[in-house]
Design a protein around this ligand. Structure first.
Ligand code: UDP
Ligand code: MG
Length: 314
C-alpha cells in the first residue's frame, strides 16, 4: 500500500483545526489503496493550536505534529513538513479549508497518471480585493519576465508531489525560501487542476499587505539577477549620455565662449543622479541582505516538541 503524508502548516488555527481534520478525514477515508498520515506543523502559534494537535494525535494514530519554538513563517512550516515526511507522495495544504479536501482524489489520480506533481490553480479570485488581484497579476508578469522559472499565475500551495520531487526540493537548502519559485525551479511534470476560490470562513488570514510585498520582492531577488543587470544597464546609459553631453559642452564653449552655468540644470542633474544611485544601492542591498542571511546558515526552524520519532539532529 502506498503511503501519503498530508503536511499542514498551522499558525493560530485553533478555530479551524478540528473541522479541517474531520472534513479531510471524510475524504481520505473514502479512498482505497493508500494509507494517509497527517503531519501538522505548529508554526509557533500563540493560541491553543498545539493543544488541539495533541488532542487529535491522542485520538488518532495517523496524526503527527511538529511544533516550532516560535513563529518561523509558513515557508519554514512547509520545509519542516517535507523534511520529516516519508510517504511515497506528499500533499501540501492549508489548515483553513480554503484548499478543498474534495480535490484530493483528483490529485491522486493525476499523480498516478505519471505526473510528478498535481497542483491546484484558482480560476477565480472571488472574495479578494481588486487591488490585491491587480498587484498579484502584475507581480507574476514582472516576475516571470525577470526570472528563468515560470510561475503560473493563480497557483496556490495546494499540491501532491512524488517522493523524488520532494527530495529535490529539500536539496535546495536556502534559508529564505520562496516555495512557488522553488517548485517551479526544480522542474518535474505538473498537472494543474482548476478550482473556484474558497473564502476563509473561520480564523483569519495571516498575511498583511506589507508582508506580502516583502515576500514578493524576496521572490524576485531569490530567483533572478535581472535587477542587478538593470543597475549596470542604467549606469551604462547614463555614462554614455554624460560623455556625449560633456563633448557637446566643450565644443559649445570653444565656439561660443563661457556661458553662465545653469542653476536648474545642475540641480536636476544632481537630484536625478542621486536618485538613481540610491535606487541602485537599494537593489544591490537586497542581494547583499540575501547573502548575509544565507551566509549565517541558521536553521530554517527550531523544533520544540513532536510526537514523531526523530533521531537527534546530526
Ligand atoms: N501559516 C503558517 N505560518 C505563518 C502564516 C501562515 O504556518 O506564519 C499557515 C496558516 O496557518 C495556513 C496557511 O499557512 O494554514 C495559509 O495561511 P493564510 O490562510 O493566512 O494565507 P492566505 O490563504 O490568506 O494566503
Ligand atoms: Mg488561507
Amino acid at each position: 500500500m502506498k503511503t501519503i503524508d498530508i503536511i499542514v502548516p498551522c499558525f493560530n488555527e485553533q478555530e479551524v483545526l478540528e473541522t479541517f481534520y474531520t472534513e479531510t478525514s471524510k475524504v481520505i477515508d473514502a479512498i482505497d489503496g493508500y494509507s494517509f498520515r497527517f503531519l501538522l506543523v505548529d508554526d509557533g502559534s500563540r493560541d491553543n493550536t498545539i493543544i488541539i494537535m495533541k488532542q487529535l494525535a491522542k485520538e488518532h494514530d495517523n496524526v503527527k505534529y511538529l511544533s516550532f519554538s516560535r513563529n518561523f513563517g509558513k515557508e519554514a512550516g512547509i520545509y519542516a513538513g517535507l523534511k520529516y515526511s516519508s510517504g511515497d507522495y506528499v500533499i501540501l495544504m492549508d489548515a483553513d479549508l480554503q484548499h478543498p479536501p474534495a480535490m484530493i482524489p483528483d490529485m491522486i489520480a493525476g499523480i498516478e497518471e505519471g505526473y510528478d506533481c498535481c497542483a491546484a490553480r484558482r480560476v477565480s479570485r472571488e472574495g479578494e480585493s481588486k487591488i490585491r488581484s491587480w498587484f498579484s497579476q502584475m507581480y507574476y508578469k514582472i516576475s516571470n519576465r525577470m526570472t528563468d522559472v515560470e510561475m503560473p499565475q493563480n497557483a496556490v500551495d495546494y499540491r501532491i508531489m512524488s517522493r523524488s520531487m520532494v527530495d529535490s526540493i529539500l536539496d535546495l537548502s536556502e534559508v529564505e525560501r520562496f516555495s512557488k519559485g522553488i517548485f517551479a525551479w526544480v522542474g518535474f511534470s505538473t498537472k494543474w487542476i482548476p478550482y473556484e476560490n474558497v473564502e476563509r470562513t473561520m480564523g483569519t488570514t495571516k498575511w498583511s499587505f506589507w508582508g506580502l510585498f516583502k515576500y514578493a520582492l524576496s521572490g524576485i531577488t531569490s530567483f533572478s539577477i535581472a535587477p542587478l543587470r538593470m543597475v549596470s544597464g542604467m549606469g551604462f546609459v547614463i555614462f554614455a549620455f554624460a560623455c556625449l553631453y560633456s563633448l557637446l559642452t566643450v565644443i559649445k564653449t570653444l565656439i561660443f565662449g563661457i556661458d553662465v552655468p545653469g542653476y536648474v540644470t545642475t540641480l536636476c542633474a544632481v537630484l536625478f543622479l542621486g536618485g538613481i544611485i540610491e535606487l541602485s544601492i537599494g537593489i544591490i542591498g537586497e542581494y547583499v541582505a540575501h547573502i548575509y542571511m544565507e551566509a549565517k546558515d541558521r536553521p530554517i526552524f527550531i523544533l520544540r516538541q513532536t510526537n514523531l520519532d526523530i533521531p537527534k539532529e546530526d
